[in-house]
Design a binder for this molecule. Structure first.
Ligand code: ATP
Ligand code: MG
Length: 299
């Protein structure tokens, strides 16, 4: 059992893809830190919430061991570590608390360009190079396929050329690395993004209170990130055409302008406000469209 502590400790990646977005998300929850010189540990100033800066692979284990309370890590790493622990007979101790909306990528199965892909059965008896053997084996089992996994910690995409494997399973975002190695993605094994990981068990009361406070702020911050304030003017007769174009908006504020039938509208939109959407609004009669970022929100 974890020792009782009166501060919350969050593990984030020290450097890499998730490091900066994780830190700025936590900062947007009102946390700030005094950096220690070696920068492995950052002492929380505004709240008793400290950061531990580590390699992403270590984060699930740090939570499992109770060294850290929470962590920001890719779903790919969290799930793979969970499967490895399960295979070793350990009880599940951590889980995904929240999806954080950054670090998106997918774990994809890729085969040589020359293959005509007809389905998973093509992998029967083949070797698949990957850094995610647990996830690959789980997927193979759901497909009812017997294939071998070859564990490689990096440069997985060159394995087919080196004759180590016929196929690979690796993280993909643009697909450029695969293409450069004459491979093509054919199946998605896992859709991943950065997640807040935490224990399955409850915290002691002090840390539970801190975690609750943090989660409420985090939910606000995540909602704000996706939300925009849309402002525009229109004639009263256009209102019936404009409102259906704002399905994700909270009830818009409608103000009457001095010049008769003119209206000014404010709508808080929770979905993406794309150029296409602005153009549709304009065609429906909106004038002077403005999209504003939201700085903070407390429901
Ligand atoms: P560390 O030194 O902390 O072990 P790393 O090299 O393992 O770093 P990064 O390459 O920074 O880690 O990737 C961290 C996470 O970012 C991945 O586990 C994954 O969840 C996510 N990610 C998003 N896009 C990609 C991508 N194109 N390739 C790899 N990871 C990606
Ligand atoms: Mg790593």
């Amino acid at each position: 059992t974890a020792p009782t502590r009166d501060r919350l400790r969050i593990a984030i990646q020290k450097s890499g893809r998730l490091a900066d977005p994780a830190r700025s998300l936590l900062a947007s929850c009102g946390l700030s830190w005094r950096e220690s010189r070696d920068r492995l540990f950052c002492f929380g100033e505004t709240l008793p919430v400290d950061l531990l800066l580590v390699r992403d692979d270590d984060i699930p284990g740090l939570i499992a061991d109770g060294v850290c309370d929470l962590g920001v890590v890719g779903r790919n790493v969290l799930t793979e570590t969970g499967l490895a622990r399960e295979a070793a007979g350990a009880q599940p101790v951590f889980r995904e608390w929240r999806a954080l909306g950054f670090g998106q990528c997918r774990l994809a199965l890729a085969v040589p360009d020359a293959w005509t892909w007809e389905g998973a059965q093509q992998l029967a008896g083949k070797r698949i190079a990957t850094s995610y053997p647990g996830l690959v084996r789980q997927w193979l089992a759901t497909q009812g396929i017997e294939a071998e996994t070859v564990l490689l910690s990096g440069s997985v995409e060159i394995a087919p050329r080196l004759g180590q494997a016929e196929a690979i399973c690796d993280l993909v975002s643009s697909g450029a690395t695969l293409a450069a190695n004459q491979l093509k993605p054919v199946e998605t094994i896992l859709e991943s993004e950065a997640v807040l990981a935490g224990p399955i068990a409850e915290f002691d009361p002090v840390r539970a209170g801190l975690a609750d406070l943090l989660m409420r702020r985090l939910d606000g911050a995540l909602k704000v990130r996706k939300s925009k304030l849309l402002m525009f003017q229109a004639q009263r007769e256009a209102l019936a055409r404009l409102l259906p174009l704002l399905p994700d908006a909270e009830t818009p504020t409608v103000m009457r302008l001095d010049d008769g039938d003119g209206l000014a509208l404010q709508a808080l939109c929770h979905g993406a406000v794309t150029w296409q959407r602005l153009e549709e609004l304009k065609r429906a009669g909106a004038r002077g469209l403005m999209v504003l970022p939201i700085e903070g929100m407390l429901a």
